[in-house]
Design a protein around this ligand. Structure first.
Ligand code: EPZ
Length: 431
């Protein structure tokens, strides 16, 4: 069991390199199951969720060759099973992508029900199931597994209208449909950068997908996909997290290897709060010297403000002058971390989906707990800005999605260290 000790109150200065996008990687790795041949995937983040995805594929018979820290070759030519390892796949939410990819390639998938939710509320997959059944599959739950299969093995293209804008359902249906017979249209599709990344990956392997990044995605089924090389996009949320850290702690940091367009929704809000953000080709120079100003934020599907930045930005707002309103527009609830911020002196009242954040002059260090990945990132930001020392437990959640976070923060002047503690059991989280 690792915990982070952070001595806060020090502004951050220097440069930080952003890794490949977690939520693209955890879809693109399962998508390699659709490919007959070797896929070389580059710019893979070194995070525990990726390690898990690769292990699951290996158990299904994939041949995985590590090229270097950020590149692997995956060969799914000789997959021998369509049933995933129960213990591995139930640990990670993104294992639901194995349903779409196995079903799309082999006409059958048995995948452990994705783990429960750890930021409150329900995380249904009814829209994924609606997509698979519309494509002609039967889907049932048996012994803790979701069993999806198509009697004719090959699915049949269809028109699918999503009742809610769902990232997971959009990507899962895309995977299932890529080798279906005929054409598929996904309406009311999600538009996140990782949707476009998955489509680009599949197209580079021979798929025919158009419209990814708009709300209508058109897929013309192809007979098979062949190998190739693909590099994952930079992680919008990791970049936003470092930007938020500079906003909260002060200082000036060059955030490198990003796609500025993907950052617009986050940049706009930080600028409203008085943070200076200068855009260059694939970098952003983030500077905060003056006091932070209040603003209101509502999370929405892309290109709206991302829900995966909500805990981090609320933490920054807890230090802004005035009262800000934060509204969660994607999930039913995502405010479990607020009680931890209150331990540090934040003044936040949560009423259903809205948090009323009354800015305070400063936070003070405290023992705090990371309850999930982004809540954990928020704890790190709070601790970096706070006066005194904080001790963060539950950091295994943070390490699911942030590559080398301790080293990256140290390189920009943060006083953070990871220490090993005797074991303590925590429920497993989901990404
Ligand atoms: C993805 O989850 C991300 N996870 C989440 O990031 C992110 O918060 C979320 O998209 C929204 O951007 C991964 O990519 C692995 P959704 P996903 O389906 O796909 C409702 C992180 O911190 N819904 O877009 O599971 C759902 O309840 C993680 O990196 C249905 O009603 O989210 C929610 O209100 C946490 N039925 C909304 O749609 C469904 O079948 C959006 O969920 C599916 C979803």
């Amino acid at each position: 069991m690792t915990k982070y000790i952070i001595r806060g109150g020090k502004p951050l200065f220097g440069e930080v390199e952003i890794s490949g996008a977690k939520n693209a990687a955890v879809a693109i790795i399962p998508a390699a199951l659709l490919v007959d041949g070797v896929c070389r995937i580059e710019n893979i983040p070194q995070i525990s969720d990726v390690t898990l995805c690769l292990k699951i594929l290996e158990q299904l018979g994939a041949n995985i060759r590590t090229i270097n820290r950020h590149a692997v070759e995956i060969d799914c030519t000789h997959i021998h099973s369509t049933r995933t390892n129960y213990d591995l796949s139930r640990k990670i939410r993104a294992s639901y992508y194995l349903i779409g990819s196995l079903l799309g390639r082999f006409g059958e998938a048995e995948v452990a029900m994705p783990g429960g939710c750890n930021f409150g509320g329900v995380r249904p997959i009814d829209q994924h199931v609606k997509g698979f059944t519309t494509l002609g599959a039967k889907v049932m739950v048996e012994g803790g597994f979701i069993h999806a299969f198509s009697e004719n093995r090959r699915l049949k293209g269809a028109n699918i209208y999503l009742d809610v804008v769902s990232v997971g359902a959009t990507m899962n249906i895309m995977m299932a449909a890529v080798m279906a017979e005929g054409n598929t249209v996904i309406e009311n599709a999600a538009k996140e950068p990782h949707i476009v990344d998955l489509a680009n990956f599949l197209n580079s392997m021979g798929a025919n997908i158009r419209g990814a990044g708009t709300d209508t995605i058109k897929i013309r089924g192809v007979d098979h996909l062949t190998g190739g090389t693909y590099a994952i996009i930079p992680d919008q949320i990791e970049a936003g997290t470092y930007m938020a850290a500079v906003a909260a702690a002060g200082g000036q940091v060059l955030v490198k290897n990003i796609i500025p367009k993907h950052m617009d929704c986050i940049t706009a809000k930080l600028v409203e709060m008085g943070v200076s953000v200068e855009e260059h080709e694939d970098t952003l120079l983030v500077r905060r010297t003056d006091p932070l100003q209040k603003t209101n934020i509502k999370t929405l599907p892309y290109p709206g403000f991302p829900t995966d930045m909500q805990p981090q930005i609320t933490t920054v707002l807890s230090l802004a002058q005035g009262t800000s309103l934060v509204t969660e527009g994607v999930w039913n609830s995502r405010y479990r971390y607020v009680d931890e911020l209150k331990r540090m002196g934040a003044s936040i009242q949560v009423d259903d989906k809205t948090a009323v954040v009354e800015g305070v002059d400063h936070l003070t260090g405290a023992p705090i707990q990371a309850y999930d990945l982004r809540a954990g990132a928020a704890m790190v930001i709070a601790a970096l800005a706070a006066r005194g020392e904080s001790e963060i437990t539950g950091v295994q959640y943070i390490e699911r999605g942030y590559e080398d976070i301790v080293e990256k923060l140290r390189s920009i002047g943060a006083d953070i260290r990871a220490v090993e503690e005797p074991d303590e059991t925590l429920e497993s989280g989901v990404g």
